[in-house]
Design a protein around this ligand. Structure first.
Ligand code: PMP
Length: 419
């Protein structure tokens, strides 16, 4: 089951000391062919929102597969794509008027960067600089890596495609250095866009910041005519307690990137939404051409059917109530760790909790991280610490008892690993 001896035909294996074969999933649980159940404490890389195989979403995937599997999305359209676009326009922050489909979070950000650069070029003004938060992660294509922090996974590809102006992450009660750096950078007049994950840096270390800081960063960008790109690939669809994290600051970005939870996580789809001026700037005079990025699978009908079903689930089921229940249960479990000196910097944003392991080595592939991961897996819990940062981000269907099992397993494993 978890053997490092067998050879895998995947290059991912180079990073993973062992692999576990999974053959089924249901709710918050994965299952091996031998019937071992593993709790999915990371929502399978933050994509599964309601739970694995939500019946309505699976039903929609099945039904669509019987009708139309794929069609070129240039000069052609289909009902599921239209339903998704119409549904997103109803729930997205106001001002986002257009929907561009693609197939992964990285591509949705890549598209956002292209839209921003194209906007300035097409309106005859020379603005080419991108600003991003320090430690940010925005994807794994070479463009999105260029916007992200220069860390262990992209150092090999330096100098990447472009240099990015780095803005320090707003610290709790000490956000002024962030605002000053953003103001100074924006004043130079060459900035096309500022990109950030609202309220939390995910892969950057589950670092959280407050809505007032987000609001102020947005205000500064607007004051200098700098486009504001919100990367809600991770935060979108309820993770932080609202459908989109931007809502908590009452802001509307010029460009919004969504993926992962857009289909409930069962199948890949991504969307980049933009405001009317950005869309208009890409329209040719005869209105026959617009923004161009021709992903083969753009708006795949089966993926769109899953996304349309997901929007329907949000409309018909008490999803926000489930999120609030999970949020409250997460808070209780986190509180239980407060008195334990081995856990520090305990923090929570909606359904996500995170904390540091005291005195642990840093680094994504540090021994402690790998040991913790392996031992937790033996106990039937999938967590993937980011260096010394442990986070718990389960599907919204997770019950109080399941969550208690996760934290109990974690404490027991830390007892073993740190002793
Ligand atoms: N942006 C953010 C904030 C993400 O968390 C991720 C994925 N973890 C991406 C972009 C890239 O998405 P994908 O892996 O679907 O390409």
């Amino acid at each position: 089951m978890t053997s490092s001896a067998i050879w895998h035909p995947f290059t991912q294996h180079a990073l993973e000391p062992s692999m576990t074969r999974i053959s089924r999933a249901e709710g918050a649980w994965l299952e091996t062919p031998e019937g071992k159940r593993i709790f999915d404490g990371v929502s399978s890389w933050w994509v599964i929102t309601h739970g694995h195989r939500h019946p309505k979403i699976i039903e929609a995937i099945r039904a669509q597969a019987e009708l139309l599997d794929q069609v070129i999305f240039a000069g052609f359209t289909h009902e599921p794509a239209e339903a998704v676009a119409a549904g997103l326009l109803k729930i997205a922050p106001p001002g986002l008027r257009h929907v561009f489909f693609s197939d992964s979070g990285s591509t949705s950000v890549e598209v956002a960067l292209k839209m921003a650069l194209g906007y300035w070029k097409n309106t005859g003004r020379r603005r080419t600089r991108i600003l991003a938060l320090e430690d940010a992660y925005h994807g794994d294509t070479i463009g999105t890596m260029s916007a992200g922090a220069r860390g262990v996974f992209n150092a090999a590809y330096e100098p990447l495609l472009f240099e990015v102006g780095r803005i320090p992450l707003p610290k709790p009660h000490h956000a002024q250095p962030t605002f000053d750096a953003l103001e100074i950078a924006c004043r130079k007049g060459d900035v096309a866009a500022f990109i950030c994950e609202p309220l939390i840096l995910g892969a950057g270390g589950m670092l959280m910041y407050d809505a007032d800081a987000l609001k102020e960063m947005h205000r500064i960008c607007k004051a200098h005519d700098v486009l504001f790109i919100a990367d809600e690939v991770m935060t979108g669809f309820g993770r932080t307690g609202t459908v989109f994290a931007c809502e908590q600051a009452g802001i509307s970005p010029d460009i919004l990137c969504i993926a992962k939870g857009i289909t409930g996580g069962s199948i890949p789809l991504a969307v980049t939404m933009c405001s009317a001026p950005i869309y208009d700037a890409h329209l040719s005079k005869d209105r026959s051409r617009t923004f161009f990025h021709s992903s083969s699978y753009t708006a795949n009908p089966i993926a769109c059917a899953a996304a349309a079903a997901n929007l329907e689930v949000w409309r018909r089921e008490p999803v926000i109530e489930r999120i609030l229940t999970l949020t409250a249960n997460q808070a209780l479990c986190l509180k239980d760790l407060e008195a334990d000196p081995r856990f520090s910097n305990l923090r929570q944003l909606g359904t996500i909790t995170a904390f540091e392991l005291a005195n642990a080595q840093q680094g994504y592939l540090a021994d402690i991280t790998l040991a913790l991961r392996a031992r937790l897996l033996e106990r039937g819990v999938l967590l993937r610490p980011l260096g010394s940062t442990v986070y718990v981000m389960p599907p919204y269907c997770t019950t109080k008892d399941e969550l208690k099992f996760v934290y109990r397993s974690l404490v027991d494993t830390v007892d073993e690993v740190l002793s």
